[in-house]
Ligand binder design. Sequence first.
Ligand SMILES: NC(=O)c1ccc[n+]([C@@H]2O[C@H](COP(=O)([O-])OP(=O)(O)OC[C@H]3O[C@@H](n4cnc5c(N)ncnc54)[C@H](OP(=O)(O)O)[C@@H]3O)[C@@H](O)[C@H]2O)c1
Length: 247
Amino acid sequence: MGRVEGKTALVTGASRGIGRAIAIELAREGAKVAINYSSSDSKAKEVAEEIKELGGTAILYKADIGNSKEVRAMVEAVAKEFTHLDILVNNAGITRDTLLPRMTDEQWTQVIQTNLNGCFYCTSAVIPIMTAQSYGRIVNISSVNGQVPAMGQANYSASKGGVIAFTRTAALELVNSGITVNVVAPGYTETDMVGTVPPAVQTIIKGKIPIGRFGRPEEIAKAVLFLVADGDFITGQQINVNGGAFM
Ligand SMILES: NC(=O)c1ccc[n+]([C@@H]2O[C@H](COP(=O)([O-])OP(=O)(O)OC[C@H]3O[C@@H](n4cnc5c(N)ncnc54)[C@H](OP(=O)(O)O)[C@@H]3O)[C@@H](O)[C@H]2O)c1
């Protein structure tokens, strides 16, 4: 029997990278998984196929998490399809890196809208469902760069620091509804997001990571699985999966 057998999960941004690994990990451990994404149709289908090959159940839901109407429609549809919704992983995120003197209002707003407002929209949409069930597990994916300064990422750092602060208050407010809310804060992880960082800069970053390498998406997924499978007495907390980059 899997560690989340019988549970259902919605993972945002699950067509690629860390979200993909989380969706597959939860499915491998018995959860039915809804794969949210915004544009990568074929990649999302590949994730669903991989889950089906593992003997699991996956559905696809294309929606922009930065759009509250789309999020509400998605959460309603997923809860209807699965008849209950136990796990939400707020994973989808974007970067629009540039130094502050050059950062446009649009670059600032896009990142806050997706990374922070999207986390709120999805959480807000699942609260009535999880409250009615007296059960819910919410994991928000922040970042080491929400904990330490990061050149060119004032927008991203603010969004990811905001996710951490949001998590603590949400955890406190929802504790009597049977809902836990926690953060997993990855360090640099081998995904398309890090692929946009110039190789020379990647080498400098790696040099500052005590374990000496970037993380793998599967290593982030293990922390998420732990929180949703074994974290009944854990809420408002943060697990840093960063190779020692921030201690
Ligand atoms: N990689 C790292 O080093 C690292 C480190 C710390 C934290 N994180 C965080 O971990 C999370 C996943 O990062 P990643 O590296 O796996 O990113 P990624 O490889 O760029 O994948 C991002 C995922 O988010 C989805 N997405 C983007 N905008 C969306 C929107 N508005 N609505 C719905 N889905 C959306 C993408 O869907 P489409 O494919 O359809 O575009 C994709 O599935 C992010 O929150 C990121 O900030 C990453």
